[in-house]
Design a protein around this ligand. Structure first.
Ligand code: S3P
Length: 429
């Protein structure tokens, strides 16, 4: 990981763009396609490193998958059509791959070892390993199952009612997927609702799911039937462009075909709360998922408070929200976001360190940060620390910093936004 990205100060951005496919939806389309009976055609797939890891893992379990840019065909062999892999499965940098796949592997009667890169090796796995073991799966990993590599032998599961201490779609999805082949019913209740792409897409694949408030229930023994999936643009990728518009006076942008699932639109609510102009146009539903074009126009912003149920709805956008907040009038306070500490990096620490290099004042707290507004930024030498969203958030800060900014380890950006630098270049004036 040695690539560098150089960013110069610009005056404004404008145009009409399309962002790459939604990462969460792309992963699930491949996984559910592999487990379904029949052929699933996916369009708008995100050909980022994370989703390619998912394809690779399922190919190693004997599933035929063809991928050409954003088009993917998955020839499903039914839930028990997966084969024991003859090598370890490598998830690369992808937390979604390892956690959701653990739920699927917990139902399979074969042995398998999963691992990923250095960042994955530091991320907590007991949050999925614990409940899956409770259901009857045999799983082990370093530090009593907290860390990778994970060794799994599944099968013969019994349903559980799990009350999750964290709002995590990866945890919820892993348990629900295991529950689809467990005896009886399985439910997951979370403290705040996390993204619900699993629930929506399982329904598109013909699965029955019951949702009541913060609790989701499935009954075991269900089959998935192949369906075609059209993946909308990723709002988490669009967020970088929305923030860029909001810090560059005179900017405006239309971002076409973006997923606006309410469990993901916290960024829109925050821009509005800060006084920004942002509109949804041409709203529609595709494969149970709401989609729209987003129009955004520069407005001077004011600081705000981000907390509570809003946090899971914008958890991945916090690094770039911090950049936006550094240009607002007054302070922005983020709390209840301890989950940031266990993302691809400790994103409280990496935002404070890297944004600090531009001269911004960001104070870390145990479960969030306080960002001072009205900051003048100067060009800096930044390190993505191998975290795609840190790399991109800092590139956006570079657009308003005096002088030049260099992002080291910029290759990380390919994890979720291939073509980021080119797209940014095409709209900068
Ligand atoms: C994801 C869930 C979130 C998010 C991640 C993708 C998913 O993680 O941060 O980028 O696709 O389910 P958590 O489940 O750990 O909150």
């Amino acid at each position: 990981m040695t690539e560098q990205l150089t960013i110069n100060k610009v005056t404004t951005i404008s145009g009409e763009v399309v962002v790459p496919g939604d990462k969460s939806i792309s992963h699930r389309a491949v996984m559910f396609g592999a487990l379904a009976e029949g052929t699933t055609s996916i369009t708008g797939f995100l050909p980022g490193a994370d989703c390619l890891s998912t394809i690779n893992c399922f190919q190693r379990m004997g599933i035929q998958i063809e991928q050409n840019e954003d088009k993917v065909t998955v020839i499903g062999k039914g839930w028990f059509g997966l084969e024991e892999p003859d090598q370890k499965l490598d998830v690369g940098n992808s937390g979604t791959t390892i956690r959701l796949m653990s739920g699927i592997l917990a139902t399979q009667p074969f042995h398998c070892v999963i691992e990923g890169d250095e960042s994955i090796a530091k991320r907590p796995m007991r949050r999925v390993v614990g409940p899956l073991k409770e259901m009857g799966a045999r799983i082990d990993g370093r530090k009593s199952g907290e860390f990778t590599p994970l060794a799994i032998r599944g099968g013969d599961l019994i349903g559980i009612n799990y009350v999750s201490p964290v709002a995590s779609a990866q945890v919820k999805s892993a348990i629900l997927l295991a529950g689809l082949q467990a005896n009886g019913t399985t439910s997951v209740e979370e403290p705040s609702i996390s993204r619900d792409h699993t629930e929506r897409m399982l329904q598109a694949f013909g699965v029955e799911i019951k949702r009541e408030g913060k609790k989701v229930t499935v009954t075991g023994g269900q089959r998935l039937t192949a369906t075609d999936i059209s993946v909308p643009g990723d709002i988490s990728s669009a967020a970088f462009l929305i923030a860029a518009v909001m810090i560059l006076p005179g900017s405006r942008l239309v971002i076409k075909n973006v997923g606006i699932n309410p469990t993901r639109t916290g960024i829109i609510d925050v821009v509005k709360a800060m006084g920004g102009i942002i509109e949804l146009r041409n709203e529609r539903i595709v494969n149970e998922e709401p989609v729209a074009d987003i129009y955004v126009e520069y407005t001077a912003l004011k600081g705000t408070v981000l907390e509570g149920d809003l946090i899971p709805r914008l958890i991945d956008e916090i690094p770039v929200i911090a950049v936006m907040a550094s240009q607002a009038e007054g302070q922005t306070i983020i709390r209840d976001a301890k989950e940031l500490r266990v993302k691809e990096t400790d994103r409280i620490a990496t935002v404070v360190n890297q944004l600090g290099k531009f001269g911004a004042k960001v104070i870390p707290t145990d479960d969030g940060m306080i960002i001072e507004g009205n900051q003048r930024l100067h060009g800096a030498e930044i390190d993505s620390m191998g975290d795609h969203r840190i790399g991109m958030a800092m590139a956006i800060a570079g657009l308003i910093a005096e002088g030049q900014t260099v992002i080291n380890q910029a290759d990380a950006i390919r994890v979720s936004f291939p073509g980021f630098a080119e797209l940014l270049h095409s709209i900068c004036k």
